[in-house]
Write a protein that binds this ligand. Structure first.
Ligand code: GLN
Length: 470
């Protein structure tokens, strides 16, 4: 069901927000073993449901009425707890709402809870959460992906209608691919980052995880737009994405990256799936051509140098004084800082703070940080060149299906390489979507990815709808 279907059911009297919320609450309790929700906003959701049922009756309900949504635990919601799945934010309550939450509430979405994720959105498997890993609903032995693992798993398991995640290097698209749902990362600057717990500010974007392109378009229409609180949020008009989805009959020019298809780590069945998709696009009259992009091996290193540098600066504010957790070893300012950070942060977050501090340090700045900036520029320019010729770039979302729980935990490099196909869009600031594509012989799903031109969300979504009908 899409949001429009839910609204039609409510309008016809066969359903109501109150019954829908009750159903989700029961489902969340029933599937609590998945560990998707860190907190359920039961009381608030029920109050909202009643109010919105009334509004539906008197015709004053917003665009997202009937949509029960959950938010990743790095998205602030006034007077609600938020922790970025970290012990260091223990007991912290948001003093204000993020702009995206304000937009959701204004259009009458019901926010049902906050979702487990990797600590500070750092990870590709949700195993870096201080509150335990999330199970993939399709096979509980596997990870759901990350860092928005709770979000993708909750949507797939039917614990909420949709979710908001954040994507710095693939954290919406990768778990969406591993959990068989739709994940959308907007153009950098399309959606405000105000009230999002920052990981790497020049990469972070909020976006929806849903089961349909229609819902993605409608939620994007609501959350996108300029914002006085975030100077990187674009003031461009937000198109009515949900009304611009009909594009059948338009012949598109699509480039697929041969370097991705030939990549050593790519699973053969995923490759076959992609080739099959290319063939059916050609059969449908689209112009689909191979394109070279010989920079694949630079993507992950550039991404990790730059994002850890930004993270080391962003996470300096968690010092045991201003927010959340304070160690008992607090006899001086110095020991308070040190002990609170040592005890409050998990291993991966510490690794990244140290790596980021290192690449920014006086002796190594030129060799790492500024070099990675140059690499980023080359990647942006080369990707733009492709997109000057082709409307979309087609590539896999992930090199393989969901790893087993524990498989990568002791091998950070293997974990980082899971992001090989997703970080290009973040380095270049481009919109990208992961759509469910197929099922592997191991029983697990995998997705396909499309990257579009800057601020061309409408075209990307309408083409996505053409190739993916849920
Ligand atoms: N897996 C990537 C990382 O660990 C992406 C994270 C993200 O997009 N938040 O950094």
């Amino acid at each position: 069901m899409t949001i429009a279907d839910v609204q039609a059911a409510i309008n016809s009297g066969s359903s109501s927000c109150v019954t829908i919320v009750d159903r989700y609450l029961k489902e969340i309790a029933k599937q609590s073993h998945l560990n998707t929700f860190l907190e359920v906003f039961e009381v608030d959701a029920k109050v909202q449901a009643k109010e919105i049922d009334q509004k539906m009756q008197n015709g004053s309900a917003g665009k997202l009425a009937g949509c029960v949504i959950a938010i990743k635990d790095n998205i602030c919601y006034k007077d609600h707890r938020v922790s970025a799945s970290s012990k260091i934010l223990e007991g912290f309550e948001s003093l204000y709402s993020s702009t995206v939450v304000d937009h959701l509430l204004k259009e009458d979405a019901i926010i049902i809870g906050r979702l487990n994720c990797d600590e500070f959105a750092m990870g590709s498997s949700n195993e870096n959460s201080a509150f335990g890993n999330v199970l993939n609903p399709i096979n509980n032995e596997n990870v759901p992906g990350g860092s928005s693992g709770g979000a993708a798993a909750a949507v797939k398991a039917g614990l909420c209608h949709a979710a908001l995640g954040t994507d710095t290097g693939g954290s919406i698209r990768q778990p969406a691919s591993l959990c068989d749902v739709v994940g959308f990362k907007p153009t950098y600057g399309r959606v405000s980052r105000h009230g999002i717990i920052a990981y790497a500010s020049s990469f972070d974007q909020v976006g929806p995880i849903t089961t349909s392109v229609e819902d993605t378009a409608l939620i994007m229409e609501v959350i996108a737009g300029k914002d006085g609180w975030d100077s990187t949020a674009s003031s461009r008009e937000v198109p009515k994405y949900s009304k611009l989805l009909e594009s059948a009959g338009t012949s598109r020019k699509i480039g697929y990256l041969t370097d991705c298809l030939e990549a050593t780590g790519l699973d053969t069945e995923i490759k076959e799936g992609l080739m099959g998709q290319i063939k059916s696009l050609k059969d449908a009259g689209h112009q689909v051509e191979p394109v070279g992009f010989p920079y694949l091996e630079y993507l992950v290193p550039a991404y990790y140098v730059l994002t850890t540098a930004e993270a080391s600066s962003n996470l300096a504010r968690y010092d045991g004084i201003h927010y959340g957790y304070r160690s008992g070893h607090n006899d001086s300012l110095d020991t308070t800082y040190k002990a609170s950070r040592t005890e409050g942060f998990g291993t991966e977050v510490k690794r990244r703070i140290m790596l980021g501090t290192f690449v920014l340090s006086a002796g190594y700045f030129d060799a790492y940080y500024s070099k990675a900036q140059k690499v980023r520029r080359i990647i942006q320019d080369e990707t733009t060149k492709i997109l000057n010729q082709y409307e979309f770039i087609l590539l896999p979302t992930t090199p393989r299906t969901a790893p087993a729980i524990g498989e990568n935990v002791n091998d950070p490099i293997a974990m980082y390489l899971e992001d090989i196909f997703t970080v290009q869009a973040n380095l270049a600031g481009l919109p990208a979507i992961s759509l469910p594509l197929g099922k592997h012989s191991n029983g697990l799903p995998f997705g396909i990815q499309l990257i579009g031109n800057k601020f061309e969300e409408a075209a990307l979504l309408s083409f996505s709808k053409e190739i993916y009908q849920n």
